[in-house]
Write a protein that binds this ligand. Structure first.
Ligand SMILES: [Zn+2]
Length: 136
């Protein structure tokens, strides 16, 4: 440890307690930059990998970071699925509107007939999707 022997957490000039400005977790050692609020002096400290508490803190920091990275990754996947579903729905609405227009205009089928047909198609599509889900 390269920490000064006398009063490790007090400024050697004015004896006021340090503020931690910057902490850097390294592989072998942890660097800490401390500053005295009174004298505006900065001190760099290094801990070799022998402090159990700092090791635990380092592990915790790493775990927390990987946890949030995992959450971010899952959010991305969720977003992607959401946009896929939304695009699919918009496409389906446009397609059905176009189909209804074409069938009504050129096929001469009444709106009631189209509605019944659309219901049948929706049920068929839903069944197809459900069957596909079961296969996975
Ligand atoms: Zn000081």
């Amino acid at each position: 440890m390269s920490v000064s022997e006398h009063q490790p957490d007090l400024c050697p000039h004015c004896q006021s307690s340090f503020e931690i400005v910057y902490v850097k977790f390294g592989f072998a050692c942890t660097s800490l930059i401390l500053s005295c609020p009174n004298c505006a002096m900065s001190f760099a400290r290094e801990w070799r990998a022998e402090s159990k508490a700092l090791d635990r803190l380092k592990t915790l920091a790493t775990n927390t970071r990987s946890f949030w990275q995992g959450v971010a990754g899952r959010m991305d996947a969720l977003n992607l699925r959401f946009w896929y579903v939304l695009t699919f729905l918009i496409g389906a609405v446009i397609t059905s509107a176009l189909l209804r227009h074409i069938i009504h205009t050129y096929g001469g089928i009444s709106r009631e007939g189209i509605r019944a047909g659309a219901l049948v198609i929706i049920v068929a599509v839903a069944l197809a999707i459900a069957r596909k889900r079961h296969q996975h």
